[in-house]
Design a protein. Structure first.
Length: 460
């Protein structure tokens, strides 16, 4: 979730402590409001919606749990993190058991605070029941990355429409930054499960000793530090969609645990004697070729066949160059609204340069660059002089196109035709002559490779 969309209220009577907390959180990009008194915090909470409240308290002077309950009567989904100095451990434990997300001791370690806030926000996103909040966050979270006319992207969109209403397991493959999670969310929001949670898990970040607890939850007393029951991702996604990102990086133990629950839908929370049934739709994603990983023995074959029912392949940005003008327009519109900037235009020379770059970070890289330009360029038109020097240098250095090991001859031919039309000449008769084929043959290959709607840009 974008930190710029997150509102945090810091409540602390100590001005120096409040300033330190605010500075730590603001540095991440969160919108932070500071209050010094409980009455002031309540008045603010009545007017504004906060994702999280960082509350400093002293058990000798205030009932922290009562204050939390009072604010939650106004905004039920608000998460709380308590910070205190001495003599309040019992109250802190009581607060956590009654619904606070975490407790930190003063002086607060900035790294520990940021990590606790991230986890609390993730937990909020997974468990919120406020549909208006969910819809608002959904609208503001991401711009549209599926605009344009690329044939491969259009096929993805058609496939999403076909499978969204089913519960079929989906595997999304593509390079990093191509929009795998956005595609998974599109499937979820078009499905009958759209009113239920969409829960995303980064499998690469799951250590072996926490996999079961993260996926299936744990009960109080299951291990040291388990002071209360905590649901796992399968419970949090109940009735909705569980998105397992970077599934190819899941450890052998994790693969075995996942296969077991996929076979019969049953799992047991850590420390519990009770089996539970998970009603979730599974969508997975990988930037690796799972079929190749399976053949090399790095991924379980039985799990691969469980996941490999419907496969969606997302093309890298370099293979949908014709969509860049539409993508840029979508990003500019989104970020101007998000950052409260007047709508900006992009000079055609900037678009032309964009269509020559390799974009190793794919759509995510383009998206981040556009956000930077929207925020930093004061004028209404973004021009060549506004581009970072590295972008211009990369454009000048790229004189050809890359042939990667594993490409088919058809892919090489399609890329050569694409680059010729985009960067040599958009005149098809001239392009056919350059390529040494007839115009009729070129027209056939353009249709075959879905290149018939390439944007016509001037040669750099």
């Amino acid at each position: 979730m974008d930190p710029g969309n997150i509102r945090i209220l810091v409540l602390d009577r100590d001005g120096a402590s409040a300033t330190a907390l605010r500075n730590t959180l603001s540095a991440v990009g969160y919108q932070v409001t500071v209050a010094s008194r409980e009455s002031e915090a309540l008045n603010i909470a009545e007017r504004e919606l906060f994702n999280l409240i960082v509350k400093s308290f002293d058990a000798r002077h205030i009932d922290a749990v009562a204050l939390m309950n009072r604010i939650r009567s106004i905004t039920p989904d608000t998460q709380f993190i308590f910070v205190s100095e001495r003599g309040t451990i019992r109250t802190a434990v009581d607060a956590i058991q009654k619904g606070a997300y975490d407790y930190l001791s003063k002086p607060v370690d900035p790294i520990q605070l940021i990590e606790s806030v991230k986890k609390a926000l993730e937990y909020q996103a997974l468990t919120t029941e406020d549909e208006r909040l969910k819809l608002r966050l959904r609208r503001r979270s991401e711009p549209n990355i599926f605009v344009g006319t690329n044939a491969a992207v259009e096929r993805v969109d058609q496939l999403v429409q076909q499978i969204a209403s089913t519960d079929v397991t989906v595997l999304i493959e593509g390079e990093s930054g191509t929009g795998k999670e956005i595609t998974a969310r599109a499937i979820h929001y078009k499905s009958r499960r759209s009113a239920r949670p969409f829960v995303a898990v980064n499998c690469a970040a799951l250590p072996d000793n926490l996999i079961e607890a993260e996926l299936f939850g744990h009960v109080r007393g299951a291990f040291t530090g388990a002071i209360h029951d905590r649901p796992g991702r399968f419970q949090l996604a109940h009735g909705g969609t569980l998105f397992l990102d970077e599934i190819g990086d899941l450890s052998s133990k994790g693969q075995a645990d996942l296969l077991r629950v996929l076979e019969d839908g049953m799992f047991r929370p850590v420390g519990s004697h009770k089996m539970e049934r998970g009603d979730v739709r599974i969508i997975t994603a990988s930037n690796k070729d799972l079929e190749r990983e399976t053949a090399k023995g790095r991924f379980r074959e039985d799990l691969f066949y469980r996941l490999n029912i419907v496969v969606i392949n997302l093309p890298p940005l370099r293979e949908r160059i014709e969509d860049i003008p539409a993508l840029v327009e979508s990003f500019v519109r989104h970020f101007c609204a998000k950052h409260r900037r007047r709508q900006k235009k992009i000079h055609k020379d900037v678009l032309a340069i964009f269509q020559t770059l390799p974009w190793p970070g794919n759509v995510r890289q383009l998206r981040n660059l556009i956000e930077r330009l929207v925020v930093t360029v004061p004028r209404n038109k973004i021009e060549l002089a506004d581009l970072p020097p590295a972008v211009v240098q990369n454009a000048k250095a790229k004189q050809g196109f890359v042939i990667r090991p594993g490409m088919t001859l058809a892919q090489v031919e399609a890329e050569l035709i694409r680059e010729t039309l985009l960067r040599v000449t958009s005149n098809r008769a001239a392009a056919a002559q350059k390529l040494g084929i007839s115009r009729r043959t070129l027209q056939y290959k353009i249709r075959r490779y879905g290149l018939d709607r390439l944007s016509r840009t001037r040669r750099l």
